[in-house]
Design a protein around this ligand. Sequence first.
Ligand code: FE
Length: 191
Amino acid sequence: MTRIPIELRTEALEQLLVERGLVDPKVMDAYIKMYEKDVGPLNGARVVAKAWTDPEYKARLLDDGTAAVAELGFKGPQGEHLVVVENTDEVHNVVVCTLCSCYPWPLLGLPPSWYKDPAYRARVVREPRTVLAEMGLEVPADRRIEVWDSSSEARFFVLPRRPEGTEDHTEEQLVALVARDTMVGVAEVRA
Ligand code: FE
């Protein structure tokens, strides 16, 4: 079977839906703009900072991610079936979608291009330690790496470790430390 690039397939599909009157291109453009401009990793950072400062919230978040982020007002497409995995001193978690580009939009916005790159999707499963090192994250040999494959059934989100030296930080100060890549698991939060 010939593999047609996903961008072309998406475009063809979009054109078909528009032609048949099933989708209004203006509505679609508005959606894309919203996820590019208004919804972004700041939402995820708020969830992380809240989990770091409120143990009961953290327990709810790990138990039912979708419900816990909805408490903060975050929901919508690709936010269903959210599963939060916690980084600890023993385990480092990293997220991929091997099939396409499933990603928790309401918390992180649209995925970066490297997340959609076939090389990342294939290699991070086979050799996560090497791929993470290439991306600037050295995971010590005594820390296990877990790779989570997102899909329509479960969209994974990493709760990174709270860095040392942030004990006196307010929730707002913590929010500012948490960048997108730490919630996908290809970076760590630094104080
Ligand atoms: Fe996907």
